[in-house]
Design a protein around this ligand. Structure first.
Ligand SMILES: NC(=O)C1=CN([C@@H]2O[C@H](COP(=O)(O)OP(=O)(O)OC[C@H]3O[C@@H](n4cnc5c(N)ncnc54)[C@H](O)[C@@H]3O)[C@@H](O)[C@H]2O)C=CC1
Ligand SMILES: O=C(O)[C@H]1O[C@H](OP(=O)(O)OP(=O)(O)OC[C@H]2O[C@@H](n3ccc(=O)[nH]c3=O)[C@H](O)[C@@H]2O)[C@H](O)[C@@H](O)[C@@H]1O
Length: 425
């Protein structure tokens, strides 16, 4: 099949590479020329496990990146994967979606012949967006026989850090469409992947994505609330949740308590669902509490730190982990940003280290020392905060002896050292 993917970020680039891996011929449209050039050179502009090898195997062969939209007229399917960042009022900003839709409509207007195309929204968009915004934007620009274009929604469920594996091994593939043949075409793009395919209407597919992310966020805030109660009682919440998660009706995933959820999606998508509900006169009490717990959780870490070291003015605090989770260089909505800002506000000197995300964090925080190893950050530190579950942090132990005093607080549980002297969470 000929497939176009619009947007070469975490979702777009991973989807493009994986569709190429499945044997399709893929054109990727990315408006950022530097990213586009890097992709054509086989260099992913983002870090994802397994992405670089696969991209270099397909770039210039059955995967080509372009800044212009011209090539999409040869595609059977066009996946929209542009960003939908959070807007100021909680609603997502869908301006990239509208501009991509208009560009698609314009590019298809110039096509010859009667090739049929399905435009598929893979980006996360509020229910109603495809029907009310995407379809009219494409068709207005296309301006010809509407029978030549179909539409579908195919939300993406990959996790950063596991993106390639998740794309190729999904728990389910959700396809929402009006016409059966449009969904059949999208389904054919995934042939070779073994997963249940759920066929729905367009709005239900959009909603499935929000309902899934909101539920994951709810599990985390629930674990954090139980964790906060456990802490007061001197109980280990990890021990509790391990047993709770063995109930098959609950499941073990997403019950790790700590500093809360970050990233470009869970906070944004829960906020979008809250805004959507409020637009319709609903008061989404549960979802608002999920966000409230998540907002307060990183500040509890600072309280704990102050209890251990007293005031922070002039103290050196080592921060291990800057990305919002392990195995990614993405720092969007990372809990480390909130925590570091609070440390700085209280006069602390911050020495930070991340295996992959030092560079990306430099765009958000300039007033801290970026270190090239955990040992460098720990040397002479008054205390250490472990913020991300990077596997390389699991084995830290004697490195903590480089500190002025061995005060280590785990914002996320990762350390496996035998000597837990001075370590708490
Ligand atoms: N990051 C993730 O793990 C996941 C994200 N999603 C959703 O997928 C969508 C994309 O997310 P990310 O890949 O993280 O975003 P991103 O910000 O990493 O990438 C978006 C890319 O689209 C490009 N772009 C913007 N406007 C464009 C246009 N008009 N034409 C061509 N390219 C354009 C940007 O330059 C950027 O490279 C969002 O709706 C997000 O909520 C869904 C599942 C997982
Ligand atoms: O829509 C999206 O963008 C994606 O959002 C999340 O994926 P992602 O944000 O990449 O990462 P997660 O593994 O979900 O972690 C999100 C945050 O929650 C935190 N988390 C996760 C699990 C847990 O038990 N506790 C916890 O605090 C992580 O450390 C991280 O900060 C979802 O897991 C994906 O299914 C979805 O496709």
């Amino acid at each position: 099949m000929k497939i176009s993917v619009v947007g070469g970020g975490y979702v777009g680039l991973v989807s493009a590479v994986c569709f190429a891996e499945l044997g399709h011929s893929v054109d990727l449209i990315e408006i950022d020329r530097a990213k586009c050039d890097a992709i054509n050179a086989g260099q992913p502009p983002i870090y994802e496990v397994g992405l670089e090898e696969r991209l270099s195997a397909h770039a210039g062969r059955n995967l080509h990146a372009y800044v212009e939209y011209d090539h999409i007229k040869y595609s059977d399917i066009i996946f929209i994967c542009v960003g939908t960042p959070q807007g100021p009022d909680g609603h997502p900003d869908i301006s990239n979606i509208i501009s991509a839709s208009e560009s698609i409509g314009r590019a298809l207007r110039d096509k010859d012949g009667t090739r049929y195309h399905v435009v598929v929204v893979k980006s996360t968009v509020p229910p109603g967006t495809t029907e009310r915004q995407v379809i009219p934007s494409v068709l207005r620009q296309f301006g010809k026989n509407n029978d030549q274009i179909g539409f579908a929604v195919n939300p993406e469920f990959l996790r950063e850090g596991m993106a390639v594996w998740d794309f190729l091994n999904p728990d389910r593939i959700v396809i929402g469409c009006r016409k059966k043949m449009d969904g059949d075409l999208v389904e054919a793009a995934y042939s070779g992947i073994n997963a249940p395919v759920i066929r729905t209407g367009i709005m239900a597919a959009e909603m499935i994505k929000y309902a899934s992310n909101a539920f994951l966020a709810t599990k985390i805030s629930y674990a954090n609330e139980i964790g906060n109660i456990c802490k007061k009682l001197g109980i280990d919440v990890y021990e509790v949740m391990r047993a709770v998660g063995l109930d098959r009706r609950i499941g073990p995933a997403f019950l790790n308590a700590g500093i809360g959820f970050g990233g470009s999606c869970l906070p944004k998508d829960v906020s979008a669902l809250i805004a959507l509900a409020e637009d319709m006169g609903e008061d989404p009490i549960l979802l608002k509490s999920v966000m409230q717990i998540n907002k307060l959780q990183p500040l509890r870490l600072i309280d704990l730190l102050i209890k251990r070291v007293g005031h922070l003015n002039g103290k050196k605090i080592a921060v291990l982990g800057l990305s919002f989770k392990e195995n990614t260089d993405d720092v969007r909505e990372s809990r480390s940003i909130v925590v570091i800002k609070e440390l700085i506000r209280r006069g602390a000197r911050v020495a930070a280290y991340d295996p992959k995300a030092n560079q990306s964090m430099k765009r958000f925080l300039t007033e801290i020392d970026y270190c090239s190893s955990a040992s460098e950050a720990l040397t002479g530190a008054d205390a250490c905060l472990v913020m991300t579950e990077w596997p390389e942090f699991a084995h830290l132990d004697k490195e903590f002896d480089l500190m002025k005093s061995r005060i280590v607080i785990e914002g996320r549980r990762i350390l496996s050292c035998n000597d837990r002297e001075g370590i708490c969470w």
